[in-house]
Structure formats: C-alpha cells, structure tokens
Design a protein around this ligand. Sequence first.
Ligand SMILES: NC(=O)c1ccc[n+]([C@@H]2O[C@H](COP(=O)([O-])OP(=O)(O)OC[C@H]3O[C@@H](n4cnc5c(N)ncnc54)[C@H](O)[C@@H]3O)[C@@H](O)[C@H]2O)c1
Length: 458
Amino acid sequence: MSIVKDMSLAPSGHQKIQWVRDFMPALSGIEERFRREKPFAGLTIAVSVHLEAKTANLGLVLREGGAEVHLTGCNPLSTQDDVAAAVADSGVATYGVYGVNMEEYEHLLVETLKCRPHLIVDDGGDATLLIHKGYRAEEDAATLDGTPESYEEGVVLDTLRRVLAEDKEKWHRTVAEWRGVSEETTTGVHRLYQMMERGELLVPAINVNDSCTKSKFDNLYGCRESLADGIKRATDVMIAGKVVVVCGYGDVGKGCARSMRSYGARVIVTEIDPICALQAAMEGFEVKSVESALAEGNIYVTCTGNRDIITLEHMERMRDQAIVCNIGHFDNEIQMARLDASAAVKRVIKPQVDEYTFPDGHRIFVLAEGRLVNLGCATGHPSFVMSNSFTNQCLAQLELWREHLEVGVYRLPKRLDEEVARLHLDNLGVELTHLTPEQAAYIGVDPEGPFKAEHYRY
Ligand SMILES: NC(=O)c1ccc[n+]([C@@H]2O[C@H](COP(=O)([O-])OP(=O)(O)OC[C@H]3O[C@@H](n4cnc5c(N)ncnc54)[C@H](O)[C@@H]3O)[C@@H](O)[C@H]2O)c1
C-alpha cells in the first residue's frame, strides 16, 4: 500500500518518467536484458534514492528484472509528488511525500522497510543506518540512550524506540532476509566503511559511488550542470562577475568550480587536503579559507561531505545579499540549526529561498533550507549522467544477488565499469580505437580490456 500525496498527480509524473527514459540509453539496454532474463524473480528490492523521475525509472527497470520493488526517497525536499504518484500508479509500492518533516520521513522509511527487502539501493545510507541501529537496539536497548549529535539523529533514535516498543524482533527478521546493499553516494559510502571498521556491518555492500563511471561522471559532470540549474531556478541571479566560494574540491567541488567559472564568476576554493588544494590552484582557482573569503564572496556552495563548513559566525560576517547553498549530501555542511536559533530574522521569499536579516541589517539568502540545492531547487542531474550511475546500481544489485559475497564493502570490477562507459558511447557518436594484438601485448593488457590497472585514477 503506497503513501503518496495525491494519486491524481500521476499523469504528470508518467510524462516526466517517459521523458527521462529516452535519455538513459544504457539503463534501457539493461532493462531489455532484465526483461528477457528476469534475474530478480522472487526478490524484493527496496530503493531509497531521491524520488524523482530518474529514480522512478531505476525502480521500474529493477521491476522489469522480476523484483518486487518498494520505493522511497532519501531527502524530503527532492521527492516529486507527481512522480511518486505515477510510480505508485504503475504498481510499485511507493512511500514519498514532498516536504515532510524528519519524523514523517523516518516513518516513510520504516513503512518501506516493512517489505523486508532482500536487497537495498541506498543513497546516503539512511535505510542502512536505520536497520543497523534498530538491530543493535534489539540486542541492547541502551544503544538508543546516548545524547544525539543532531536533531536528525534524535529523530532516528525516537523512531527506533517507538518501533522497539511495538516489536522487539522486527530488525532481526529484516536482517535475516537481507542479502546486501548498493550505496550511491560518497557520504553513504563513508558511513559503510566506518561501520565495517567498527565490525558492525551486517551485510555485503557495494560502493557504487567509487565506480569510475559514477563519481567521475555524476559527481563531476552532473554537478557541473545541476548546481547552476538549482541556483538559477531559485534566484535568477546573474552569476557572471560574482565571487563564488566553493567549499571542497573533490569530485563534486571540481564540477561546481568549473561550472561557476564557465558563467564568468571568479571562483575561490576552500580545501583541507593539500593534493586537492594544489589541483585547484593549478586549475587557476584561488584557494583560501572561508574566513579569508568572507569579504568577497557573493555565492557560497558547500560540497565537502563534512559538517560545520559554513558556521553561524561566517554568515554573520557575509556580504549583504550573499547566497548560501549546499550540494553535499547532508544539510549539516551549513549550521542551519544555529542560524534558525540566531537573532537573524527569517522571511520566506518563495519555496526553497529563505532570506535571513541579521541585526546589523545585512541579508543572506539560503537555498533549499541547506539541503542539496540541485535536488531541492531543481530536478537533480541530467538523465544521461544518471544512466551511468543507475546502470552501475543495476549491475551492483546483480552482483550482490549472484555472488555470495562475505560481509564487507566492495567495488564493481573494472570490466563492468568499462562496460557501463561503453554502453553510453554510441549515443554520443563516439568512435573507439581498437588495440592491435601487438599494441595490447606491448602495453600488457587484454585487447578487450580492462585497459587500466586498479590503481589508475583517471
Ligand atoms: N548533490 C548531488 O547531486 C551529489 C552528487 C554526488 C555526491 N554528492 C555529495 O557531495 C558531497 C561531496 O562528494 P564528493 O564525491 O565530491 O566527495 P570528495 O570526498 O571527492 O570531496 C570532498 C572534498 O571536501 C574536502 N573537505 C573535507 N572537509 C573539508 C573542510 N572542512 N573544508 C574544505 N574542504 C573539505 C575533502 O578534502 C574533499 O576533497 C558528499 O556528501 C556526496 O555524498 C552530492
């Protein structure tokens, strides 16, 4: 039984899904294969990914492979109600309502996981975390007693206390069926490795993010387009001539910095890692601390996957009309809770654009409440690049099901990474050069690939 806002919105959602399908070539190829082979027959798969049209398409492709799919979002502001209604209308159990609060968000996750999935596609690790924390609490309820580090963690603990009071074995039954999880994003992958190091990980996990055809495409080229899309849709601001401060110069930061420069902005990068800082400098970006950039910055973009990057004290010292947004997975990159509790007066300009006026009279504009701006203020990355990411997800789900992996965190083999790239070449009219046997022998690779050693960085 689905939980969506309004089923009458389904026709618009169907149109959106149909539109993106035409731009996801490799995913369509996989769908064709799944239709013939039905590799997931008899399986239940839960998908917890930004609930918009491309994710809906992923859900439908997995269903074409024979799975019973249960779909939910991974952020209350990226859910599109019409898309959620359309997927539900297609017969996929769907749990997603735009703009719900954290309590409702966790409730939707709990509802989704009632299906006791064999496999999970996760984005940011909320589903994985909930199951792990719930499982531990069933063994030792005191694990729910600690002081939460954030409001969100407090909501998770409250949710688990409530579930535990109703059913003392729910998560053990869930884990008994659970065969693995494939994780979409950098932040979720960090959480998986931390759980593995602490010896807490319960199932095999595939780190999809670090497939080259994911992080070097979605994070980089996806954000290169969708950051500007989010900022523009929200503010219509002229980027040319502005000073944009990009915090973090990893894959996402590289895409964001290049994007803003392409519009004619002067870009300042902040970094903690000397290698990334040097990369930014060699690309011609200025590299400074946030504090040093405050006198100049007009637009701030956080993409570190870390917390407290833009503090209240930073916002208090920003220029008038500075725009502040985050494109990292969680909103804790900006101190939103402290900002909301501060003396700054909040005024809603329009949905996802909030003005805060500080006692000295200067104003800042915060986009998407500090959540991912490209999904909160726009519709995320273009479909073509998500075809890369979600083809990796489909292959990861197959791998989890077919290979009997030990508990651990794995990456997809390089031959599959190359295959995902290959599946997108025709669509772009790319002509690939083929190795002669002599050339292959000379550089020591198989003529059919893999073409690079594991340590190659692209
Ligand atoms: N919005 C989207 O569509 C989208 C897409 C992909 C990834 N993400 C998310 O974006 C975030 C970044 O992902 P990524 O793949 O670029 O990660 P990454 O690890 O490649 O890059 C993050 C960078 O931030 C730097 N950093 C960490 N703490 C910092 C600090 N205090 N100040 C300055 N720099 C700091 C790190 O050194 C690193 O270079 C993650 O949360 C990820 O999940 C979002």
